[in-house]
Design a protein around this ligand. Structure first.
Ligand code: SF4
Ligand code: SF4
Length: 259
């Protein structure tokens, strides 16, 4: 049985947001408009956070680009892409009173909008803030309707939504493999954000299959998980930026399942 996971190499991520846009379009993620965005109601199944590191540095301008030799302020910014962590021990599923969210046998944390009663306990329980409440009726005016992906349901007002690892693509890949009378191969099932990343910062596959690139990368000394001390065992694993010589203190043991 596969255990699907993702490795994100922070050294490769340029913060271009292609993953965020691809995720929105693939999964019919609703737009909330300026007013709601200001209230913190924008929905991002995949979010790239920009983190300013350290102090601002002052440099003498080179005279190019109109600086005229004046001091130029530079600051270092790092990027942290955040899909759902698809935790192997997901706190979000444990608190749902109606089992609208569950971890399936292949490790994907599923969300069933038709079961959700909008109590938002899962949102409160997620330590990575990867769940969003849908505050408004979804509306696709005019030609925007043509951009709706028919393979993904459109969620309604009052339910929680989140990254699904584009699980509908797994279904499609399985059907294709069945039609060709063969087993599912590595690379048959690729989520939209992984496909769209121009820097190839994301790798996806079966963490329990030692042949899969994702399993090999997860054993890299640069590998770490977010907030490992919580015991959620995310299946999104990061490769730390720089520091190639120093192994992360949170090195991952990807062979260990916590389902
Ligand atoms: S990241 Fe949050 S929403 Fe995703 S599985 Fe973990 S606890 Fe649940
Ligand atoms: S795996 Fe799919 S749903 Fe999750 S962040 Fe990537 S594109 Fe969005």
């Amino acid at each position: 049985m596969p255990r699907w996971g993702m490795v994100i190499d922070l050294d490769r991520c340029t913060g271009c947001q292609a993953c965020t846009i691809a995720c929105r379009m693939e999964n019919n993620v609703p737009f909330c408009g300026d007013k709601n965005a200001w209230k913190g109601r924008a929905i991002f199944w995949n979010k790239v956070i920009a983190v300013q590191m350290g102090e601002r540095e002052q440099h003498q301008g080179s005279g190019e680009n109109g600086h005229d030799g004046q001091p130029v302020t530079r600051k270092r910014v790092r990027f942290l892409p955040l899909p759902c962590m698809h935790c192997d021990r997901p706190p979000c599923t444990m608190v749902c009173p109606v089992r609208a969210t569950t971890r399936n046998v292949e490790g994907i944390v599923m969300q069933v909008p038709s079961r959700c009663i909008g109590c938002r306990l899962c949102q409160a329980a997620c330590p990575y803030s990867r769940r969003y409440f849908n505050w408004q009726e979804v509306n696709y005016p005019g030609s925007l309707k043509q951009a709706v992906n028919p393979d993904v349901s459109i969620r309604t007002l009052g339910v929680i939504e989140k990254c699904t690892f584009c699980v509908h693509r797994l279904q499609q890949a399985r059907e294709q493999a069945r039609a060709e009378k063969r087993e599912l191969r590595e690379g048959d099932y690729v989520p939209a954000c992984v496909e769209a990343c121009p820097a190839k910062a994301r790798t996806f596959g079966d963490l329990d299959n030692p042949e899969h690139a994702v399993a090999k990368l997860a054993r890299n000394p640069r590998a770490f998980r977010l907030l490992p001390e919580l015991g959620t065992h995310p299946k999104v694993i990061y490769l730390q930026e720089g520091g190639w010589q120093s192994a992360s203190s949170h090195a991952v043991n990807p062979g260990e399942s916590h389902g």
